[in-house]
Design a protein around this ligand. Structure first.
Ligand SMILES: [Zn+2]
Length: 243
């Protein structure tokens, strides 16, 4: 995975291109699209670098106005350049680029249609995917559960890329900003890519903690009560304003 770091010219060209003058097509792009695409590509690369996905699995999207920028299907993230910007409207009609959007497009669009999300991150993170095969809800092992809106549910299994999977996932997301997807992975959303990504990282970390604690023979981890979670949620909402 480390090799992906400096694969050279595509990646460097991409970074230069965003702030530079590359590409005739950029003149047609709406305001903020080039910046949002650059951030999306960075986030997608980070999911690979941080071990949350392998290869081109997983996908990332960000909403700019009524356009949703999405990772294209099957293109390694270190090869994506500013010229590869891929976008659809909220009905899924392609409005930017020629690459085929991610196969999980129905999932991403479903989140934007039903929540106030501005960004969505979907991964196949190891510990989270393992937990999705064991329980219907991630046990409340840590107070960061509250940062996702409460105990994290596991969406029922359905074939990847199908409207049924989107439906099952939206049901599991009700009142939450993240969920697990059975035998598949994670989905989180947020007010921006950084927040959606951070929620995925927190969720994967919590799954790892629970798996670690619950695998000690003869021992059962303590869990937080609804009240303890609610109290943590209150504090988390005020977090950042106290400084
Ligand atoms: Zn997936």
């Amino acid at each position: 995975m480390a090799e992906q770091h400096g694969t050279g010219q595509e990646a460097e060209g991409a970074e230069r291109g965003v702030t530079g003058t590359r590409g005739e097509g950029s003149a047609e792009l709406g305001e903020g699209v080039a910046e949002a695409w650059a951030e999306l590509v960075d986030t997608a690369r980070r999911t690979v670098a941080d071990g949350l996905v392998v290869g081109t699995s997983g996908n990332v999207s960000v909403r700019v106005g009524d356009t949703v920028l999405v990772t294209p299907s099957g293109v390694p993230y270190d090869r994506l350049t500013p010229a590869d910007v891929t976008g659809v409207d909220l009905t899924g009609r392609q409005v930017l680029g020629a690459l085929v959007p991610t196969s999980e497009l129905p999932l991403h669009l479903g989140v934007y249609r039903t929540t106030d999300a501005r960004a969505v991150v979907h991964t196949h993170a190891v510990h989270a995917t393992a937990v999705s095969t064991l329980v219907d809800e991630l046990p409340a092992i840590h107070y960061m559960t509250a940062a996702l809106g409460g105990p994290v549910r596991v969406a029922r299994y359905a074939t990847y890329g199908t409207p049924e999977l989107a439906e099952n996932t939206l049901r599991a997301l009700d009142g939450r900003t993240g969920c697990l997807m059975r035998n598949h992975g994670t989905l989180t959303h947020g007010a921006g890519l950084a927040q959606a990504y951070d929620r995925t990282a927190q969720l994967e970390w919590m799954c790892r903690v629970w798996l670690t604690a619950s695998s000690v023979p003869g021992m059962t981890p303590t869990l937080l009560s609804r009240e303890q979670l609610a109290e943590a949620g209150e504090r988390l909402r005020g977090y950042g304003q106290r400084e």
